[in-house]
Structures are given as C-alpha cells and as structure tokens.
Design a protein around this ligand. Structure first.
Ligand SMILES: [Fe+2]
Ligand SMILES: [Fe+2]
Length: 171
C-alpha cells in the first residue's frame, strides 16, 4: 500500500508540473480556465495522497521504486521539445497520458481499499476517493476531447495551407 500510494503521489505531482507547463506555454487562451481549475484540483490531490501515505505509515519525503518510475516518466514527458505550432497539442497529449494513469490509480486505490485492515486508513481512502473520483474522470474526458479538437484544427489549417499552395502552383 505504501509503495502504491507513493507512486500515486508522484503521478499527481507530475500532473501539477504538466499543468503548470501547459499553462505557461499556452497558445489557445480558451483552454486556460479549465486547465487552471484542473491544476488546482490536482494540487489538492497531492495533499490527499500525502495524507493517505502518512496514515499508511509511509512518508512523502522518502522515495520508492514506483515513485521513481512515475517521476522519470513525468520528466520524460516534460523534456520533449516540439515546434511552436504543436505546443498545445503536445502539452495536452502529455496530460491525456498522465491523467489516464492518474484515473486508473484512483480506481485501483478504491479497489485495494477493500482489503485494508486499518479502519482509519480505509475511511481516509474512502473519503479521498469520493472527493476525487468524478474530478479524475473529467480530467481524462476533457483532455481527451480537447486533444481531438486541437488535432482537428491542426489538420484543417494544414489542409487550408496546402490548398493555398496548390492554387498558387496552378496560377
Ligand atoms: Fe489527480
Ligand atoms: Fe487528474
């Protein structure tokens, strides 16, 4: 359980840095409000994970192999560089990946909590899952939909550009 929670914490912390990066680099201002809201929620998830981890007898200060793997993945995503016009696409795609793991973790935690013997820990997990589960589903859904929309816009503008080039060649 400690190992699992430390991994979850690392994924949530990675989420915070990925939202901060998406907001820092943001090109489409229409996305800002939603990303801001999800960043705030993710910061809260970090707190919840730290609390659960401590209640389970672990410590946010100590690392575990699961946490280190999650950290390495997040920094891998952070380190990818793309051309300017791909900025939002790349950052939202990173969020789809991170949120898919995040959402899966919370589902898993909810499952695992049934086997937790410590009553206090079990009820702390129950409370956290109730607070977070719906948010996590929104995080995945919104980022996935937004990524598809950005991809569609990129394709349309790419087609418009190549149509323009064809017309110039014909003239
Ligand atoms: Fe989260
Ligand atoms: Fe999330």
């Amino acid at each position: 359980m400690i190992e699992f929670l430390s991994g979850m914490l690392a994924v949530e912390k990675g989420g915070v840095t990925l939202y901060e990066k998406a907001l820092n680099d943001l090109m489409d201002e229409d996305l800002r409000e939603q990303l801001d809201e999800f960043l705030e929620q993710t910061r809260r998830h970090v707190e919840l994970c730290e609390e659960m981890l401590e209640r389970a007898g672990g410590s946010a200060a100590e690392s575990t192999p699961t946490a280190e793997a999650a950290e390495a993945k997040a920094s891998g995503l952070m380190s990818v560089e793309v051309p300017r016009e791909m900025t939002d696409f790349n950052n939202i795609q990173n969020l789809v990946l991170a949120e898919t793991v995040d959402n899966w973790n919370w589902d898993r935690l909810s499952e695992m909590s049934k086997m937790v013997k410590d009553r206090e820990l079990r009820s702390a997990i129950g409370r956290a899952v109730r607070e977070v589960a719906r948010q996590e589903r929104r995080h995945v859904d919104w980022n996935t939909r937004t990524l598809a929309e950005i991809a569609r816009q990129m394709l349309t503008s790419h087609e418009a550009k190549s149509d323009g080039e064809e017309m110039r060649e014909e003239a």
